[in-house]
Design a protein around this ligand. Structure first.
Ligand code: ARG
Length: 588
């Protein structure tokens, strides 16, 4: 469905033409003086130079051609040459009726759907998730949903860190603790046990212990490096242990991501890319792209137009070991082969920007991706505590995801129970739903690249620009609709009619912006624009709600018109939060 601004321009274009001016001047914007008008056209000012005429004369000519146009309640030329516009109530109502009848709520889906892989989450197996992983999961999930909403085929891949030194460290620590296990016996020939010799809590303790020791004890570190090397070269006992580590960790990760309402289509990781490395390296050499530099194999990726130093992309270290960049390049080889994506979108902390510049350039140069494969990196800022430093727990440690969610939910629970009488079981479930909205909205409402302050008190507030406020608005609407139905009203009959007061019209105008906002937010991969829109919409709704007695209205047609306006508002809000990755409870 056409955007409102374009729809209005459709009326202005012939009016410009008829008055003898080029139709390209008929551009319409939302008014920056809402006290004076709803929309404006500044085309007369722009045309003045070309036509050597006073802008007000041009504006008057154009407006003269639109005096009886039913689209406008008011259209006027004002000094020095603005065209001020107010829409007619009936025209606006008609626009919303069409929007309500459209299953996509007026949003235009992509004409040529693309295949997009979103690489997000990025948890490291057996290492604790940290707040950077939290942001990657939250923002990535929303970008995946935004792409899907626009009609693209989007594949989400968690791209686990599952192939590094942490595996060697865990193996080493296990061997020191339980040398009798069959995994460590050189002469072992039987089947390895099915059951892992550790639980997730064991792993959570083993990895930090091993990591600490390796920093203090050189021999220990050597052992861990050696174990990593042997694992990577296929030593059967270590492979078996690796499989155990993977299974135990992935089960736990799925649970954690599940709590965040984050779902991946692919649970691949760095290990999946390893088989592609030898051929890829050979190819880089054959093409003359990779050369030796102080023993390492590197590809130069600097370009003439660079304003800062872009170091070469290191493919192999001098000992032949592959690196983060190698794995990311090989993963691209695999992705191109298996999924033929048009676009790859990566989400990590913005401190990894240089890595992705190097990898992207190398991939293009080497033809690993196609010339027109779009490679996008969205680097996000740091989640800080109230002290302005990277978020920590009270005792100074990095917060575990589970605890973080737990703390938010507890706070939400307290607020919900304080608010009204509610069964504790239901309150707990509701607290989880609202708590998730608090965390996600708190994150997504900021421009991703910026740092933000994680503030539990603010995020869980029912007032202001918060997730709970948005949910509260939705719940309020649902409760009015339920009461209407309980009193015998039907949601299927009736339709939206012209606004009868200013706050109703303001709400309607806000709703009419949905498609343009959504299309822009998805184009610019900017979930914060969706947040700021739903905040404005929730405010417009609440103002209307406070000024209007909906259920006691005696004129049935009027009442049903408002009910339909409420349904549309609910649908827009619920669609938007679903794209952001959270949902609303029935009551709160
Ligand atoms: N595991 C990495 C980390 O914790 C993030 C992976 C991001 N994705 C990628 N393809 N490099 O920093």
């Amino acid at each position: 469905m056409e955007r409102m601004l374009d729809r209005i321009a459709q009326e202005l274009i012939p009016a410009f033409e008829k008055a003898g001016y080029d139709p390209s001047y008929a551009k319409v914007t939302v008014s920056n003086r809402p006290d004076l008008c709803e929309f404006q056209c500044n085309g007369a000012m722009a045309a003045a130079k070309a036509y050597k005429k006073a802008p007000i004369m041009i504006a008057n000519d154009v407006v003269g051609n639109l005096k009886d146009c039913p689209v406008f309640e008011e259209i006027s030329a004002v000094n020095p040459g603005f065209i001020n516009i107010r829409l007619s109530g009936e025209f606006l109502a008609e626009y919303l009726r069409r929007m309500q009848a459209d299953k996509d709520l007026s949003v235009e889906k992509a004409k040529e759907p693309k295949t997009i892989i979103v690489d997000y989450g990025g948890a490291n197996v057996a290492k604790p998730l940290h707040v950077g992983h939290l942001r990657s999961a939250i923002i990535g999930e929303s970008l995946k949903r935004m792409g899907r909403f626009m009609g693209h085929k989007v594949i989400g891949d968690v791209h686990l860190g599952d192939w590094g030194l942490q595996m060697g460290l865990i193996i080493t620590e296990l061997r020191r603790r339980q040398p009798e296990l069959p995994y460590f016996r050189e002469d072992f020939e039987g089947e390895y046990p099915e059951e892992a010799p550790f639980t997730i809590s064991d792993l959570e303790e083993i990895y930090p212990a091993a990591s600490k020791k390796s920093k203090e004890d050189e021999a220990y570190k050597e052992e861990a490096l050696e174990a990593t090397f042997q694992l990577q070269n296929g030593k059967p006992g270590y492979r078996a242990l690796w499989n155990h580590i993977m299974r135990v960790s992935v089960t736990d990760l799925k649970k954690n991501y599940g709590k965040l309402n984050v779902e991946f289509d692919l649970w691949k990781g760095e290990s999946d890319a390893q088989p592609y490395i030898p051929d890829m390296v050979q190819d880089l050499k054959d093409r003359g792209l990779a050369h030796e530099d102080q023993g390492a194999l590197v590809v130069d990726v600097k370009e003439e137009t660079d304003t800062k130093e872009i170091p070469p992309c290191i493919i192999l270290k001098s000992d032949g070991a592959s690196l983060y960049a190698t794995t990311d390049l090989a993963t691209m080889v695999e992705r191109m082969k298996l999924y033929q994506p048009d676009e790859l979108l990566y989400l990590t902390d913005k401190r990894q920007e240089m890595h992705f510049i190097q990898v992207f350039r190398c991939a293009k140069k080497a033809g690993i991706v196609k010339e027109d494969t779009k490679l996008t990196f969205l680097g996000f800022g740091t989640m800080n505590g109230k002290d302005g430093k990277p978020f920590k727990t009270r005792d100074g440690g990095v917060m575990r995801l589970e605890n973080l969610i737990g703390e938010i939910n507890e706070e939400m629970f307290r607020k919900i129970v304080d608010n009204h009488e509610i069964d504790p079981e239901e309150a707990k479930k509701t607290a989880e739903i609202v708590g998730l909205a608090a965390i996600k909205y708190g994150d997504l409402s900021n421009q991703a690249s910026k740092d933000y302050v994680f503030d539990i008190d603010r995020f869980t507030s029912f007032e202001g620009n918060t997730g709970p406020y948005i949910l509260y608005t939705i719940v309020r609407i649902k409760s009015i609709l339920a009461k209407y139905e309980n009193a015998g009203g039907s949601l299927n009959e009736g339709q939206i009619h012209a606004a009868v007061n200013e706050s109703e019209k303001a709400l309607m105008l806000e709703l009419s912006k949905f498609n343009a906002m959504m299309e822009t937010a998805c184009e610019e991969i900017a979930p914060h624009k969706i947040c700021s829109y739903i905040y404005d919409l929730a405010n417009a709704f609440n103002r209307f709600y406070h000024e209007t007695k909906i259920l006691t209205e005696e004129n049935e047609q009027q009442k049903s018109s408002w009910i339909h306006l409420l349904m549309l508002t609910r649908d827009v809000l619920e669609t938007a939060i679903d794209v952001l990755g959270f949902s609303a409870p029935e009551r709160m």
